[in-house]
Design a protein around this ligand. Structure first.
Ligand code: AMP
Ligand code: ZN
Length: 151
């Protein structure tokens, strides 16, 4: 990664994080991976501990920590690769659907701090269950909405 200008403390930390990042090491060819797809700006490889066979991780080649950290054009390119991977899973694994998710920050389960999307092939009655669902009490949805509504 090239840094133009001064090497500030923040940039030094970022440089250190990149050097320690396992996904950057895969992208740079320092660690092997089962690469499903690669282009100039994105890469997709098999998750080493899949939820289902064909579980693929899609990410930008450049190191960004999470969703907010990542510029829109990079996100767009990454999503195009998610789409290609989804198509390949449907066409070549005979699955009729898949989940796409991204763990954003450690509290949400993000272990590797290099933005990546999980693409999970799904089969009928595969037993993969995801989230519990709650119900809003009277006024609770409105209270939340008043906090998060974007004007
Ligand atoms: P997350 O919890 O969203 O950060 O997901 C990290 C994912 O990376 C997990 O599903 C791991 O199984 C996967 N993973 C960790 N190391 C490797 C590796 N060397 N090659 C492929 N997948 C990996
Ligand atoms: Zn990285």
């Amino acid at each position: 990664m090239k840094f133009a200008g001064k090497l500030t403390p923040l940039r030094l930390i970022k440089l250190f994080n990149i050097m320690a990042c396992i996904f950057c090491k895969i992208i740079n060819g320092e660690i092997p991976a089962q690469v499903v797809y690669e282009d100039d700006s994105t890469m997709a490889f098999l998750d080493i501990n899949p939820h289902s066979f064909g579980h693929t991780l899609v990410m930008p080649k450049k190191h960004f920590v999470n969703f907010e950290d990542t510029p829109g054009d990079v996100l767009a390119a990454t999503m195009m690769t998610v789409k290609k991977v989804g198509r390949s899973l449907k066409d070549n694994l005979g699955v009729s659907g898949y989940n796409v998710y991204e763990n954003n920050d450690p509290v949400a389960g993000q272990i590797i701090p290099h933005l990546h999307f999980h693409v999970i092939p799904r089969h009928e009655n595969d037993g993969l269950e995801f989230w519990p669902q709650l119900k809003y009490g009277v006024g609770e949805a409105e209270a939340i909405l008043s906090k998060i509504k974007i004007n």
